[in-house]
Design a protein around this ligand. Structure first.
Ligand code: HEC
Length: 108
């Protein structure tokens, strides 16, 4: 009985952390499909000074998962509102935000 309980609780813990942790590896595919047109290699081909470098993200108050998720969800013209339009799911928005932060901190 004890064994069963610990298996069940381990499974629950596994599910919880899975649904909470953003997956940067999955985010890479989302990035390649949706973002490289304007942000290839972490650049910003449209708005200079708004690249995805760690430095620019910090200057522009975007160096956090919450701030990037908000931007991808609601857009900021000419950047599309991927969340509002339903183009990218909520969990994939979290994944691609994790990817952007990871690459920014690694220097792309
Ligand atoms: C049509 C071009 C375009 C596409 C596609 C696009 N963006 Fe952007 N992105 C922009 C522009 C323009 C800005 C600057 C917005 C502003 O004025 O703050 C920006 C800003 C950002 C920033 C903040 C950068 C900073 O230093 O302030 C992040 C992070 C970002 N984009 C991530 C993404 C991600 C992730 C995707 C794909 C899901 C994406 N963008 C797709 C054009 C685009």
């Amino acid at each position: 009985m004890k064994k069963i309980i610990s298996v069940v609780s381990l499974t629950l813990i596994g599910f919880t952390s899975y649904s909470m942790a953003a997956d940067a590896d999955k985010g890479e595919k989302i990035f390649t499909a949706n973002c490289t047109g304007c942000h290839a290699k972490g650049m910003n081909h449209i708005a200079e000074g708004k690249s995805l470098s760690q430095e620019d993200l910090k200057i522009n108050n975007r160096h956090s998962s919450a701030a990037i998720v908000d931007l991808i969800t609601n857009g900021k013209s000419p950047m599309p509102a991927f969340g509002k339009s339903g183009a990218i799911s909520t969990s994939d928005i979290e994944n691609v935000a994790a990817y952007v932060l990871k690459k920014a901190d690694a220097g792309w």
